[in-house]
Write a protein that binds this ligand. Structure first.
Ligand code: PMV
Length: 308
């Protein structure tokens, strides 16, 4: 039996603008993860068992466009493995679906790693990343690739679409509270809406993307210097720009507001928006207080994590 695990992720700066070539910063969240187990099966075929989504099926009975069959088939193709295999693949993820924590990418990364290792050819990170990116296209349409990248390399990254990844040196650990609105929000839709805005007034939205990109550049310096106060201010500014892009909503705004009035240094939505998660930067001794306040005003779940 072979197992592999991949973490969730948050976007600290630059979501949406990253689709248009601006830099973004993301970090892994190890408190939630996707876990995959591959073992030889007594029955011929590739048997997938994914109880979280009530799926139990043999690979060839799924449409090829299904994200799980797509990632398994593309991994087998990369390995050049013949199709007559007898395997059982068990998939479990504690990452909430469609919440901006990277559940799809984490499942893909864990499948590629467990499957390739079980077949005796563990793939290198850049191959894992490439395969997971292929499946992200099925989930999201025009993904920047930030989710699969931060999840594959499992460390904070400064990401520009199409460029070699840059890992970040964190000057001092940062404590983040993640608050889940509990509203599932498909990234594909908010990304498509932003594209419509952009197409209707290129000059206006290119300027907003530039401003977001500039915040990400400044945030990188703040992270490397360990300057939490500056980082918090930059998060607030990023949230305002995301509001102007119409991807926030009243639930996210409420959680952001409550985080700030209970002592967060800065807060913003994280990921596609319109639901899903928000993040708040806090001093470590405020983390529980902010998390409790978020749950009191409706957050379905909170996670306290450290960026280091
Ligand atoms: O998967 P999410 O919801 O964390 O969103 C990814 C970030 C976006 O910039 C909105 C989309 C992308 O492909 O980068």
């Amino acid at each position: 039996m072979t197992t592999a695990s991949a973490p969730g992720k948050i976007i600290l700066f630059g979501e949406h603008a990253v689709v248009y070539g601006r830099p973004a910063i993301a970090a892994p969240v190890t408190q939630v993860h996707a876990d995959v187990e591959v073992k030889d099966s007594p029955q011929h075929g590739i048997w997938i068992d994914a109880p979280d989504i009530s799926l139990q099926a043999e690979l060839t009975t799924l449409p090829r466009s299904h994200p799980l069959s797509a990632i398994i088939i593309s991994t087998l193709n990369t390995l050049g493995v013949a199709s007559r295999l007898s395997l059982a693949i068990h998939i479990h993820s504690s990452i909430p679906v469609a919440s901006g924590l990277g559940s799809g990418a984490a499942v893909s990364v864990a499948i590629v790693r467990a499957l390739s290792a079980h077949l005796g050819h563990p793939l290198a990170d850049d191959q894992v990343n490439e395969l997971a990116y292929g499946t992200e296209r099925l989930y999201h349409g025009t993904p920047s690739g930030i989710d699969n990248t931060v999840i594959t390399y499992a460390c904070p990254v400064y990401f520009v679409k199409g460029r070699t990844i840059e890992t970040l040196l964190v000057g001092a650990p940062f404590t983040i509270v993640i608050g889940d609105t509990g509203i599932p929000a498909p990234t594909k839709e908010s990304v498509a809406d932003v594209r419509r805005l952009w197409q209707a007034d290129l000059a206006r939205w290119e300027k907003v993307f530039d401003d977001v990109g500039e915040l990400a550049r400044r945030a990188r310096q703040a992270i490397e210097m360990g300057d939490a106060t500056l980082l918090g201010e930059l998060m607030d500014l990023n949230h305002e720009l995301l509001q102007s892009l119409t991807v926030s909503n009243p639930d996210l705004d409420r959680l952001v507001h409550v985080a700030l009035i209970t002592g967060a240094l800065g807060a913003k939505l994280s990921g596609g928006g319109r639901g899903g998660n928000m993040i708040a930067l806090v001093k470590p001794d405020r983390a529980e207080i902010v998390a409790n306040a978020l749950r009191t005003v409706g957050a379905k779940n909170t996670i306290i994590t450290t960026i280091k």
